[in-house]
Design a protein around this ligand. Structure first.
Ligand code: WTA
Length: 627
């Protein structure tokens, strides 16, 4: 672990001077079935990236067998939706038993090494257990956030040709019960690869169990053994696929492999959170996102940490819930998203009263840029001005945290993710792909050298991986984000420079939303852009051309229903404006830059619009918006 600024500089320098040696040294703390000697092979052109290529391992052995001395320590504290329902805790030993039993259930249902398994679960312990069970037997998990619609779920099942879906009989969310099993049933109707649906009992809702396909977990688990040997995995065998949105088309399956991901998630977890034995760590993300994968499940458990998993919502039963949990479990490291911070801030400080937050040592932020006001509120009211804020910048594709302060080592600066972690070589490029070397500049954020948990491909479509991340700027990994570097060399992330909108820390592709809107039969064409939103960071603004303006239709609600059906509630537009036309270039491309300005209530300085096919439409849209 890096303990002070001098060590940080030494680590950073070594990691750039001889990356292979740096990561080889760090990797020696892991349990290998076969030690790797070939550390790194790479090019960013094809791209082709292999870490620890000739090594063999199993990531779960590095959680359980390697951490033997932690056997009786708590691994997971599960905090349910209802504050008065009891917590469940698992020691490492108990968790190990659960994982092995689950793994044996998967085997019994015919899941083999390399098979894909979809996990569509609420935040119950089985979400983590089933991920680890897949890893134990070498199956590839693909967790789908349980708020996605049936149609999104079936797209993912079809894309990875999954054999099995793991779900529950329902999902408690605040005072609602979400019928996730019904969603799975509907999704499977448009797929052909699924053999079984393994169903976990949580809400005891009445559900339809299809004969020979749907299996109750609590029944089948009684028929299997509690021990399961770890499958021998090659370093570059697939560990998981996680779907994420991009500028174009449907979400793509980001692929992470076994060894590099393991090495980098533990490395970043221990350094960024400065976790010490006995600490209690809590990340509020959902396991449906990369943050949940890397910093609820893999990173903390590899380190032998005590991690909290929370089923509920920050505002249920009221806006004190987070603070109550921190007080109850004496949380030392707390990691959440700016959108949650802003939402809780908006409820007022009275919800903090009576809760003791003095156990906190480090507080973190992830998923979107944190604005200065939210940063200050978090720092003053939650961290009580004594906890550094780790503003961690990273992505599904990067697997782990890339740029972040190290608490009490690298000074914090509001709205800045600050400095790269060892092994990370960021670079700013101008739009022509020329490196901007000076400080106090802005540019496209790229990375020029591989780190162990960089994505390897997009599942089933390597060309798409190349085009999306490695073609805009040849020879570099392009993040899709713009960044500023200040005069001290610190990075501030400015947000996406592509057509991805970041709504409450969730990545949403404009093309996906437009596709969903266009499914509504009254719509001719649509264009979607992000606009500044006080709580969500960005909201979704949809401009639509409809077939017949004179019809008395509630377009706002109809369109939101359509998007909910095709993607899920998180992608519902906040605003819909019916317009007579969309600003297009002569080649037919929608000029989103103009729409973004209008959506942000900026009605001048549009730049050059003379190249538009229909410049008159700009004023018409403004008029429609002002009305
Ligand atoms: C954004 C989430 C500013 C960024 C881990 C990135 C951030 C996208 C930060 C990835 C941060 C993430 N400051 N922006 N600290 N962290 N982002 O794949 O635009 O869900 O490209 O991964 O979120 O989102 P993803």
């Amino acid at each position: 672990m890096i303990n002070n600024l001098e060590e940080y500089h030494i680590h950073y320098r070594d990691s750039v001077k001889d990356p292979e040696k740096y990561w080889k040294d760090y990797s020696s703390k892991f349990l290998w079935k076969k030690e790797p000697s070939d550390v790194l092979n790479w090019n960013f052109i094809d791209p082709d990236i292999k870490w620890f290529k000739d090594g063999e391992l199993n990531i779960t052995e590095n959680i359980f067998e390697r951490n033997k001395e932690k056997a009786d320590d708590i691994a997971i504290i599960w905090e349910p939706n209802e504050p008065n329902e009891e917590n469940i805790t698992y020691t490492y030993n108990q968790l190990f038993d659960e994982v092995c039993s689950f793994a044996n259930v998967l085997k019994k249902l015919g899941v083999e090494k390399g098979d894909r398994v979809i996990i569509y679960l609420p935040m119950i312990p089985e979400a983590a257990i089933s991920m680890l069970a897949c890893a134990r037997i070498g199956a590839v998990h693909s967790v789908v956030f349980a708020g996605f619609s049936a149609s999104s779920l079936s797209d993912r099942i079809n894309d990875c040709q999954a054999k099995l879906v793991i779900t529950s009989d329902g999902n408690f969310r605040g005072n609602k019960i979400i019928p996730v099993k019904d969603v799975v049933d509907e999704a499977i109707e448009s797929t052909s690869s699924i053999d079984y649906v393994l169903t976990i009992r949580r809400t005891s809702s009445t559900i339809n169990m299809k004969k020979d396909r749907d299996i109750w977990y609590h029944e089948i688990v009684n028929t299997v053994d509690k021990s399961c040997e770890a499958e021998k995995m090659k370093s570059e065998d697939l560990l998981f696929i996680l779907y994420t949105s991009g500028s174009t088309g449907k979400p793509k399956g980001v692929v992470h492999t076994c060894a590099g991901y393991m090495v980098y998630t533990q490395f970043t977890f221990e350094n960024v959170f400065q976790y010490k034995d006995g600490d209690t760590y809590w990340c509020t993300a959902d396991v449906g996102w990369i943050t949940g994968h890397s910093y609820i499940v893999y990173g903390p458990l590899l380190r032998g940490a005590k991690t909290i998993m929370f089923e509920g919502l920050p505002t249920y039963p009221n806006a004190s819930r987070f603070w109550e949990i921190i007080d109850k479990h004496k949380v030392n490291q707390f990691y959440t998203a700016p959108t949650a911070i802003r939402a809780l801030q908006s409820f007022g400080d009275k919800f903090l009263e009576g809760y003791n937050l003095s156990s906190l040592k480090v507080i973190g932020s992830v998923g979107e840029p944190i604005n200065e006001e939210a940063w200050n509120w978090y720092y003053e009211n939650i961290g009580k001005k004594k906890c550094p804020i780790v503003d961690t910048w990273w992505q599904t594709e990067t697997g782990g945290i890339m740029i972040s302060p190290l608490p009490n080592i690298i000074k914090c600066k509001p709205t800045y993710a600050t400095l790269p972690l060892p092994g990370i070589q960021p670079i700013l490029l101008d739009n022509d792909g020329i490196e901007i070397k000076e400080n106090n500049v802005e540019g496209n954020l790229c990375i020029k050298y591989p780190w162990p948990s960089i994505l390897r491909t997009t599942y089933g479509d390597h060309k798409r991986c190349k085009e999306t991340y490695f073609s805009t700027f040849k020879g570099y990994y392009f993040t899709g984000d713009g960044a500023k570097r200040d005069d001290e060399g610190m990075y501030r992330i400015l947000g996406r420079v592509d057509d991805v909108i970041n709504v409450s820390g969730h990545r949403i592709g404009t093309a996906e939303v437009e596709d969903a809107i266009n499914q509504y039969k009254e719509v001719v064409e649509s264009a979607v852009v992000g606009f500044p939103h006080e709580i969500k960071g960005q909201g979704i603004f949809g401009f639509v051309i409809v077939k017949d303006k004179s019809k008395d239709i509630d377009y706002f609600n109809k369109i939101r229903e359509m998007v909910t059906k095709h993607i899920g509630p998180i992608a519902k537009p906040d605003k819909i404006l019916v317009v007579p036309g969309l600003p297009k270039t002569r080649s037919g491309k929608i000029m989103r830059r103009i729409l973004r300005k209008i959506a942000a209530n900026e009605f001048d300085n549009f730049g050059d619009i003379s190249t538009l096919l229909n410049p008159e439409v700009v004023d018409q849209i403004i008029t429609a918006h002002k009305n």
